[in-house]
Design a protein. Structure first.
Length: 345
């Protein structure tokens, strides 16, 4: 069981405070654990990457729609505010990653940061676990994909640019809303939309390959903003784009609907009705494929709009794919263990 930290670090008292914004009026409990493993694998047809690293459990961003919320229940906590405010830190993540790379069975496959919770949430400013893991990837020349809503990723621009030269990396910034007001309503403690566009620009200018993820697309709320998001992302230097439909499994539905009615009461019924249109009268379809994309004429129109705008702005359009299918994996593996003089393959 993770150990509670009696005096957790305050990420708003760091040199990166300007990347985090104002400290929110909310309490935070930090729990540290010595993890047994750090590289997770999956074979779900809905997930476009096989390997991922998650240095944290739970996420302070408090996005109402986060599909990972039910995972906190495995710790005996709740999927609501517990997920937002009780954050587990895997303090030995970098050491575990280096140990994993030293195994002769590891073939230098593409690794995604992160498959579950945001690797650049505010505590990263204090713990720097993601940065240290990326340094391990650099040392082993292991290709990486990142997806984040955290502007803190710009802190590591130089490191990411170096990794891009040695192996492969692409940073996808998730921007589901063009408006800061909508961002604050649904993703209250994540970076503002305008700050995320700035982050795309700074990373791109630093030589980091970037992409934009419209994740999630919320019908009746954000689908009309697809053109603006893609136009601004292209202007910021992003060259790839992806989109994922809102998912509302289990307890996530309860959290999302409550937040929606609290912050956007006049739009709540419209959004929920639109979700039902995309899932045959239900808010969530548990079938593979249908979870990530909808069905029917409304989804067809949304998907067509996305791809038309991608063509207009010169994006290489992908499904949610910060990992191996982005085309960033080098044809010949660059992976090498420190001390070895050449490629293993």
């Amino acid at each position: 069981m993770p150990r509670a930290v009696s005096n957790p670090p305050n990420p708003w008292l760091s040199e990166h405070v300007e990347l985090l914004g104002e400290a929110p009026p909310a309490t935070l409990e930090v729990f540290e654990e010595t993890a047994r493993s750090i590289v997770a694998s999956n074979d779900s047809p809905d997930v476009p990457f096989r390997w991922s690293v998650n240095p944290y459990r739970g996420c302070f961003h408090a996005c109402a729609y986060c599909y990972a919320r039910p995972t906190h229940q495995y710790l005996g906590w709740g999927a609501g505010t517990d997920f937002d405010r009780r954050i587990v830190v895997k303090r030995n993540a970098p050491e575990l990653l280096a140990s994993h790379f030293r195994k002769r069975s590891w073939q230098g496959e593409h690794i995604t940061f992160s498959g579950v919770t945001d690797c650049y949430q505010p505590l990263e400013a204090s713990y720097a676990l993601t940065r240290r893991c990326l340094e391990v990837c650099r040392d082993f020349r292991n290709p990486v994909g990142i997806i984040t809503k955290g502007a803190l990723v710009r802190r590591d621009a130089a490191l990411l640019a170096e990794l891009a030269q040695l192996a492969a990396v692409r940073v996808y910034v998730s921007i589901p809303f063009a408006e800061d007001e909508l961002t604050a309503a649904i993703e209250p403690f994540a970076s503002s939309a305008s700050m995320r566009f700035q982050t795309l620009r700074l990373l791109s200018e630093a030589g980091v390959p970037t992409g934009v993820m419209l994740a999630p697309l919320i019908p009746g709320l954000s689908d009309s903003q697809i053109p603006e998001i893609l136009e601004r992302a292209a202007a910021a230097g992003a060259t790839r784009a992806g989109h994922v439909l809102l998912r509302l499994p289990a307890e996530v539905k309860v959290v999302f609907e409550q937040r929606l009615r609290e912050t956007l009461p006049l739009r709540a019924d419209k959004v929920l009705h639109a979700m039902q249109e995309l899932h045959g009268g239900q808010l969530y379809d548990s079938r593979f494929g249908a979870r990530m994309h909808g069905t029917g004429p409304r989804w067809a129109a949304i998907d067509a709009l996305f791809h038309a705008q991608c063509r207009k702005h010169g994006f290489a359009a992908r499904a949610m794919d910060p990992g191996h299918a982005t085309g960033d994996q080098p044809r010949r593996s660059t992976f090498r263990r420190p001390g070895e003089t050449g490629s293993l393959f």
